[in-house]
Design a protein around this ligand. Sequence first.
Ligand code: AMP
Length: 398
Amino acid sequence: MKTIKDLEIEGKRVFIRCDFNVPKDENGNITDDRRIRSALQTIKYCIDRDCKIVLASHYERPEAGVYEEKFSLSPVAKRLHILLNMEKEIFMATDVIGEDAQAKAKALKAGEILLLENLRYEAGETSNDSDFAQTLAGFGEFYINDAFGACHRKHASIYAITEFFDLQHKAGGFLMSKEINFFSKVLENPVRPFVAVIGGSKISGKLEAMNKLVDKVDKIIIGGGMAFTFLKAQGHEIGTSLFEAHLVEEAKNIMQKAKNLGVKFYLPVDVVVADRFSENATVKFLPIQEIPEEWMGLDIGPASTRLFREALNDAQTIIWNGPMGVYEMDRYSKGSFSMSHTISQTHATTIVGGGDTADVVLQAGDADDMTFISTGGGASLKLIEGIALPGIEALCAK
Ligand code: AMP
């Protein structure tokens, strides 16, 4: 993949696809602006080269054709202005490819920035429509994709648009290069011991990634809801905990594969169980052998935390994807926060993937102590799986 540094963009019109899909609270305030900050390097590079810059992103899932304010990117324009510390205003289009966007793009001067409205206000974005992509392509002489978190989707601004640029006019931005380099370097040539910590709700979304990781790592640590399918596969009773019955065989296969390859496989040895899925439930800390029939496991217990810490002690490379419990509720967040502290305190290269996991790390105050926090959950899993991301493939296509 070419990067922006390989292109002659000096003084040109540049269209940059960013991922500004940031979380906001009920009042519309941005609660975590990491995705905006991650795009700054590419944007500043273009400002320094006197480009006329058009930025585009999706934001959540509005109904196409309905311009609802809560899905507007205008808070992003304001935050971007603050982060770039620019005197000049950042122009915000009131539409995506309509009259306002076209007029404002035309009026851009060197070093100025226009942000288009939420790409998903237009139906053509998610349907990868070629006409819509062509109109978007008209905003730039160069196309830069810095939206790693959206690269696993065949959407117009990621995929169809690349057809309108040759290899001298399209490339990945700095964030994109960083994401790819981190994952490929670690997966191709990890410093060992290499440990994968996998959590989250279900095995189903992570099955392929787990299968790939077993081939590469020295140890696998499993937590979160997905641990219960593995525990059940080992013959434990798991009460009403999350369970994917159709994946019991897969779970057995992964454990067998790990055994054959000499990969150490760690499951929780104790859990926090609750009598219902609620912050106000009655809870107990129990060994996994003692989960009562009507109770559900919502976090790993203290013994598991200690066990996992021991297993991570000598790690040189750690990939972490998925929380250890229902961290959104305080009572079941301890396992995830402890995991975050443990990983951040190791001397290993630490790579965090997935929106929830990044959220845990941020809330735990450990973000600065991780080597790299990926901005794309689904996209980073696909990289681990070794599947070419459509957005990256399209950037490389002639
Ligand atoms: P994922 O998107 O697969 O990474 O899953 C993240 C979600 O898994 C979070 O919203 C957690 O609340 C949820 N989760 C983690 N552990 C459990 C559990 N033991 N039971 C139910 N949900 C869980």
